[in-house]
Design a protein. Structure first.
Length: 387
């Protein structure tokens, strides 16, 4: 394919794609700051096939938004230090000029931003915000753009769509604003949608409606989607695959059912334990994994989760575990994985020695771990246990 013979990028019909629509390889996005280099995204790799959904999950500050924006090619400027590659439908996004990126945005890759109140322009009517992309990127005239905008608003479940075009963002409810954001993102028929916390701040019922809507639109358009959230519960039955991020890295990635059935990484296990219950207030962020994520300017040596990990051993503080395979499509980074004999022994050792992080496990889980293996001696990871 000759990508830019006349300044126009060429994109294959997604139905003709042989490989993945998106390939991200060893992506790094660091920010220069007064304190030093903030390693917000630090060596992330994954691929996504057309029409598929990847969930990206992690606590606040783990790098999910920076990752999404990096995939879009949105992060520019001299304080941003970028590495690795992002390939979309055969084009290297990381190598495109601003003019070329404008041919990608909205039409090929679109994003539903985390906060609709800041992403929507407060002083511009909804109508103009929805029709803008249709007119500029697709070249529709005013009448056709308005008709399309009404149809779009209707398709995302906004009542009286023609009347809503005259409203300003603050005149709509949070749920309706979020639907407008989705309509804008879908307007030019993107093949890849990045949805960054599309339901944060909405109540549980509206949250479910918006996620269902995204799912329906995705099926209808056979669009690939990256669904970013801090809540593993949100992506549980809405994704094909899940990547768990911690401190700028993917620490576990697996097909969704596999991730839940055979969790290997203690951080994923901790996230699973923190899935909000129906009785929790809807605005609540991730519930109490003891401790805090590390400083991304000076991350700890070894595994970045070590200071908070119930399974931690000396080895974890010294050597960073590489991503390794645990079956088809399943990778994790841990020396003492959940469900392995060395993991159980590490946990039993920590429970026995009252290591604070291990005390997050109580009741039957702790009793079983202690009963299953003798607590001594200090385990070593990677399949071997010291004798
Ligand atoms: N422009 C920037 N300059 C310096 N640091 C930044 C910049 N943008 C983001 N960061 C830092 O990068 C890290 C990752 O931020 P990011 O917004 O990607 O987290 P997140 O996973 O999306 O969190 P949340 O769930 O709260 O949205 C944070 O420590 C943040 O402070
Ligand atoms: Mg974010």
């Amino acid at each position: 394919m000759s990508p830019k013979a006349d300044g126009q990028l060429r994109f294959p019909d997604v139905a003709d794609l042989n490989g993945p629509i998106l390939e991200v390889e060893n992506l790094t996005t660091h920010f220069q700051s007064d304190r030093g280099l903030v390693r917000a995204v630090d060596g992330v790799s994954f691929t996504l096939d057309r029409g598929r959904t990847l969930g990206v999950v992690g606590e606040s500050g783990s790098g999910k938004t920076v990752l999404s924006r990096s995939v879009m090619g949105l992060l520019q400027g001299n304080r941003v230090v970028k590495g690795g590659t992002v390939r979309y439908a055969g084009h290297e996004i990381s190598a495109l000029s601003p003019a070329e990126l404008r041919q990608v945005w909205a039409v090929q890759i679109a994003m539903v931003f985390q906060d609709p109140m800041t992403a929507l322009n407060p002083v511009v009517r909804i109508g103009r915000q929805v029709t803008e992309g249709l007119r500029i990127r697709l070249g529709l005239d005013r009448k056709a753009a308005t008709e399309t905008a009404v149809a779009l608003l209707e398709s995302v479940g906004i009542p009286s769509p023609a009347a809503r075009l005259r409203n300003y963002p603050h005149e709509l409810s949070g749920g309706m604003r979020q639907r407008v954001m989705i309509a804008i993102a879908l307007a030019c028929g993107p093949k890849l949608l990045l949805a960054d916390e599309p339901t944060t701040g909405l109540d549980v019922t509206v949250q479910a409606q918006i996620l269902d809507l995204l799912g329906e639109q995705q099926q209808e358009r056979s669009m690939a989607m990256i669904l970013v959230t801090h809540d593993l519960g949100v992506v549980a039955n809405r994704t094909d695959e899940i990547a768990v991020m911690y401190a700028g890295k993917i620490v576990e990635k697996a097909p969704t059912t596999e991730l839940f059935a055979h969790t290997r990484m203690p951080y994923t296990e901790a996230l699973l334990r923190s899935i909000p219950r129906l009785t929790d207030p809807s605005h609540m962020r991730l519930r109490a994994i003891p401790g805090r994520p590390p400083d991304l300017v000076n991350p700890p040596a070894g595994c970045r989760f070590a200071p908070r990990c119930p399974y931690v051993q000396e080895q974890c503080r010294q050597a960073e575990p590489p991503l390794r395979n645990a079956g088809p499509g399943h990778q994790f980074a841990c020396w003492f994985p959940v469900g392995s004999s060395e993991g159980e022994q590490a946990l039993a050792y920590n429970l026995h020695h009252k290591v604070p992080a291990a005390l997050a496990f109580t009741g039957t889980r702790a009793d079983n771990a202690l009963a299953a293996v003798p607590p001594e001696p200090t385990p070593t990871g990677d399949g071997e246990v010291a004798s």
